[in-house]
Design a protein around this ligand. Structure first.
Ligand code: PAF
Length: 282
């Protein structure tokens, strides 16, 4: 695996590639990330991963400084997974000057759910992903990028950006990987104490229960949904969580669903000082 830090090193490393397959990450890799690398491999002629903790997508009070950085372990996992090129820019490689030009995602999609509770988050994500796409795919006729469904709204925002800018990039999605008890794998799970880790599976359990209740009420979903969501929020709160949202949305644009829509149930909640997110297509 070739490790590169600058844009010019990356372009040189990718010169022979016609169709790179790319997995952007912020590092602290786990089995979910490695599954995306494995998924990307047959989709291109060169598998590229990036590791970059993107300051632009963190609010001032969030965990940018403490976000886990596990360079040696990440490199070993990528190498073992057969990744060809690792792009690990330093901050000045990607942001050589303050980033005044930004990508503002569609507010209808980006200012709800995660974007409501983390204002500016999707501007930060869209901007860095556009920069990473330009770095990896510039001069290529076609490319593929793989994103996990764990960050469901992020996947929708990136799909819309690629579609609206007509970027020659195919976006593929990878299923969420889970621990044996059902907790979605996440870099932030490492923040949980032993007791919190045991409790953490209740986010996925509560979302699954909400999903089942929504399907049972499918014929009159709009009428029943507010009460079902409120019940799910209350049941997680009673366990000591601080839920931001637990909600059922239609899949393609994450708006309030109508009967017959394909559905996804999504949630974000804080357990102690750790904020976890999860979702299920139902
Ligand atoms: O999902 C992530 O790890 C990040 O949001 C991404 C896509 C690498 C952009 O920083």
């Amino acid at each position: 695996m070739r490790i590169v830090h600058t844009l010019s090193e990356l372009r040189q490393a990718l010169a022979p590639a016609q169709h790179p397959a790319f997995v952007p990450t912020m590092g602290n890799l786990h089995a979910g990330h490695i599954a995306l690398i494995t998924q990307a491999q047959p989709l291109g002629d060169c598998t590229v991963a990036s590791i970059f903790v993107n300051r632009l997508q963190f609010l001032p009070h969030e965990d940018f400084d403490s976000y886990p950085r596990t360079w040696e372990c990440d490199c070993a996992q990528l190498q073992a997974a057969g990744c060809d090129v690792l792009f690990a820019p330093r901050e000045h490689d990607l942001y050589p000057e303050p980033q005044a030009v930004k990508v503002h995602a569609d507010p209808a999609l980006a200012d709800i759910l995660e974007g409501h509770f983390r204002p500016g988050f999707f501007t930060g994500v869209s901007t860095v992903v556009m920069k990473l796409f330009m770095a990896v795919f510039a001069g290529k006729a076609q490319g593929t990028a793989v994103f996990g469904k764990k960050d469901y709204q992020q996947l929708m925002v990136i799909r819309q950006m690629v579609r609206q800018f007509a970027l020659p990039i195919t976006i593929e999605s990878g299923e969420t990987r889970r621990a044996a008890d059902g907790l979605a794998l996440s870099s932030r799970n490492g923040y949980l104490s032993e007791a919190e880790r045991a409790e953490a599976l209740h986010l996925s359990l509560t979302l699954r229960a909400l999903g089942r209740d929504a399907l049972a009420a499918a014929n009159a979903l709009e009428a029943h949904l507010p009460a079902l969501e409120a019940q799910a929020m209350a049941s997680l709160s009673q366990r000591g969580w601080q839920p931001d949202y637990l909600t059922v949305r239609r899949r393609h644009d994450l708006q309030t669903p109508k009967a017959g829509d394909a559905l996804v149930v999504l949630g974000a909640a804080r357990l102690g000082s750790t904020r976890l997110i999860d979702n299920f297509e139902i």
